[in-house]
Design a binder for this molecule. Structure first.
Ligand SMILES: Nc1ncnc2c1ncn2[C@@H]1O[C@H](COP(=O)(O)OP(=O)(O)OP(=O)(O)O)[C@@H](O)[C@H]1O
Ligand SMILES: [Mg+2]
Length: 266
């Protein structure tokens, strides 16, 4: 197992956002975390990537306890993430945004100036990542002026530029149109193959994307794991589908839409 949460609890004051959550991600898996708004999905990602300390429980990376390690240290160990609300430097150009990510990987927090001296190498690597993400025509564009879909891609590309062993993506396609969602997912899957990132954990609300890309689906509700299984298992779970989609009468409609989508893809 590459990344594991064991009996994690997390409180915001009195409010319990994660209650005794245990999940494990195997090397090579593409796992989606689903659940209604406020289920605790982002909180779980924050705990797994060192942005938040759990109040109870343990997080293991390759079998070692990583409690107390912050996001920078974890990113140099091979855990990278992207954000639900994009985290980019608004005034930087796209190419410089990716370069900053590469330098932070090479510098490992210490040799920033030595890395800057190797600017050509950094530039070439940044170009490679930009090309993988279809951003090559926009290199000099200022991040804040880009449309939402490009900002999302840039945020994800910056995480990929770290060449992590596992990448955690918090709603990589949120705020972009349905047709762009599939494009982003395809780019993301192709890039992870090319860069050699085998393990992906994503939070995603779009059920079509969740069911077409995932090896496994973890459903959360009110800070707890409601189900953890293959897409075929989760699809049959009426309680999960109704909780996630948020309507009582949704189950049959959901199954009809899923089978229509499958036929369309076939
Ligand atoms: N910093 C915070 N302080 C207090 N409460 C918080 C904080 N962050 C999150 N919460 C609450 O914790 C719960 C879980 O939030 P979280 O962001 O993890 O949910 P989520 O599943 O990612 O939801 P969404 O689908 O809307 O992104 C929510 O009720 C939220 O209001
Ligand atoms: Mg969230």
């Amino acid at each position: 197992m590459i990344l594991e949460a064991i009996n994690i609890s997390k409180y915001y004051g009195e409010f319990c956002a994660l209650k005794d959550v245990s999940i494990g991600i195997d090397e090579g898996e593409f796992v989606s975390v689903i659940g209604p708004n406020g289920a605790g999905k982002t909180t779980l990602i924050n705990v797994l990537t060192g942005f938040l300390k759990p109040d109870a429980g343990q997080v293991n990376f390759r079998g070692k306890d990583i409690a107390g390690k912050g996001p920078e240290e974890l990113s140099t160990m091979g855990i990278a993430r992207s954000f639900q609300l994009v985290h980019i430097f608004p005034e930087l150009s796209l190419i410089n945004t990716i370069k900053v990510a590469i330098i932070s990987r090479q510098a490992k927090g210490m040799r920033l100036f030595a890395s800057l001296a190797r600017d050509k190498e950094v530039h070439e690597q940044a170009l490679e990542v930009a090309e993988l993400f279809g951003l090559a025509d926009l290199l000099e564009e200022t991040a804040k002026n880009c449309p939402q879909g490009i900002k999302k891609l840039l945020d994800v590309a910056s995480a990929f530029a770290l060449h992590p062993e596992i990448i955690l993506l918090d709603e990589p396609t949120s705020g972009v149109s349905t047709s762009d969602k599939n494009k982003i997912m395809q780019v993301l899957v192709d890039a992870s193959k090319k860069i050699g990132i085998k393990t992906v954990l994503q939070v995603e609300h779009d059920m079509d994307i969740v069911f077409s890309y995932s090896d496994r689906i973890i459903a959360m509700q009110q800070g707890k794991v409601l189900a953890d299984g293959s897409p075929a298992e989760v699809e049959k779970n009426e309680e999960v589908i109704c909780t996630v989609v948020g309507q009582k009468e949704c189950f049959q409609t959901f199954n009809r839409i899923m089978s229509m989508n499958r036929e369309e893809r076939a």
